[in-house]
Design a protein around this ligand. Structure first.
Ligand SMILES: [Zn+2]
Length: 454
């Protein structure tokens, strides 16, 4: 049949998800993510793809995280003009995320030029808001859970996988060969989302492995969160919670609301400083059938938090000294409003920074988690005197057990399994576990740009 797959991202690393499927007549891309983290990874965003963007017929998106959609405007900038298929909430989320990303790319280029911390002179933006504007109309929503015909040889289906709002696995069937892309799998015991739908059949399986070597700790999140909040409040410090603006922020707001409602923590003011968060929260509200809380609870949660909007408000709040909780993006601290708070609070022994999710190599979050004594922000060093805490259980990613459970319903071993979207040790641990648990021997861990015939 002449089908091939090439790994243009999330191979040997977690970010930059991009898989290229070629048949004799069609070229499809699944996910179109941005590389994040270490410099050599980020530089891949600037490298030329081994395919002309204009030759790609269509793109399919598993979900709206930047490492799965953030390269799309660059693809459009260089000539892609096909359709982009995804679920309804992801269509809306992609608009929010990409518009923000367009602004960030432009701002970063301006800052780099002003401060002179760039090798490229002058620094250009990876893409601009105008590129994003050309991208949004290409994104088309399709119903999940049913098959759609792409052409006479190809059909596809989105199945909810419980990771964030709108997130799904994607099944693409080409002349009866079913290729299943797991996307980022959610957890089977998530507070907010319905359990991931498990695939029944996969001839080829592309499986994520973010937490392929780990189990999420069994400690209750609310207990740890409560203790961190109480301890910080006793010191009258500021608790900075760098947060991914999608899902994590909503989850944190919910958990803090529950703790307050139960009288387990005092009524400390909570601020959400992320320009995207209110729009994303509205999406959670609008598509409440994707989560288990219901719209009335979500509404109360939103009302319990003060939203910070302009940069001036950020500056003002970052100078305030009363005890408070600030949730701000970005989650790995490689950009966003959280940097303003880190500059103020990292040198403060009475303050706390609470890390709530996966921190990729090369990010400030990873450095903090590993106990660095200073952090560089926009060319300047800040000593780390604040207490650094972390909660692993807030992750919206499947752990090793969840991944094993997700593939459990497959009626037979796939012809080939590709383990992606994980750092090498996570991918390898998952490979061994799948072999030992299900006798799967046809597992590959592809490297970047590896090409396989299917
Ligand atoms: Zn994700």
């Amino acid at each position: 049949m002449g089908i091939s797959i090439q790994f243009l991202g999330a191979a040997g690393t977690v970010t930059g998800s991009k898989y290229l499927i070629k048949t004799k007549s069609t070229k499809l891309m699944v996910d179109c993510g941005m590389f994040q983290g270490l410099k050599h990874l980020r530089e891949l965003n600037w490298a030329k793809l081994p395919i002309e963007p204009r030759d790609i017929d269509a793109v399919f998106l598993t979900h709206g995280h930047l490492d799965h959609i953030g390269y799309l405007p660059r693809l459009v900038k260089f000539g892609f003009h096909g359709k982009v298929f995804t679920t309804k909430p992801t269509t809306k989320l992609a608009k929010i995320i990409l518009e923000d990303s367009g602004r960030i790319q432009e701002e970063e280029a301006i800052r780099a030029n002003q401060k002179g911390y760039t090798k490229h002179k002058p620094a250009h933006a990876l893409y601009t808001s105008a590129d994003v504007e050309h991208t949004i109309p290409l994104i088309e929503d399709v119903a999940d859970n049913i098959w759609h015909e792409y052409n006479e040889h190809i059909k596809f289906r989105f199945l909810r996988n419980g990771h964030i709002i709108g997130s799904s696995s994607i099944e693409i069937e080409i002349d009866n060969k079913r290729i299943v892309f797991s996307g980022d799998i959610g957890r089977f015991d998530d507070d907010m989302f319905l359990a991931p739908i498990r695939p029944k059949r996969a001839d080829i399986l592309i499986l994520e492995s973010t937490y392929g070597d780990r189990l999420h700790p069994k400690t209750k999140t609310d207990l740890k969160l409560r203790n961190v909040i109480l301890e910080n409040h006793e010191k009258r410090g500021t608790l900075v919670i760098p947060s991914f603006t999608v899902d994590r922020a909503q989850d944190l707001m919910y958990q803090i609301w529950v703790l307050k409602s139960n009288g387990e923590i005092p009524d400390v003011p909570v601020f959400l400083d992320s320009p995207m968060a209110s729009s994303v929260s509205r999406l959670y509200h609008k598509y409440s059938d994707w989560n288990v809380l219901g719209s009335h609870v979500l509404k109360k949660v939103m009302e319990s938090v003060e939203f910070i909007r302009g940069v001036k408000e950020t500056e003002k709040l970052s100078k305030e000294e009363y005890s408070k909780i600030i949730i701000a993006g970005s989650g790995m601290m490689n950009g966003g409003r959280v940097l303003e708070y880190l500059k103020e609070e990292l040198p403060e022994p009475n303050s706390t920074v609470l890390i709530t999710g996966f921190q990729a190599e090369g990010t400030r979050g990873r450095l903090l988690k590993e106990g660095t004594h200073e952090i560089k922000i926009e060319g300047e060093y800040y000593p780390v005197k604040a207490k650094i805490e972390s909660i692993g259980t807030l992750s919206s990613h499947a752990d090793q057990n969840d991944i094993l459970k997700w593939v459990e319903k497959l009626e037979k071993c796939p012809e080939k399994v590709f383990i992606t979207h994980g750092e090498p040790q996570a991918a390898n641990a998952l490979r061994i576990k799948l072999k030992d648990t299900y006798d799967w021997y046809t597992i590959e861990i592809p490297q970047l740009f590896d090409l396989f015939d299917l």
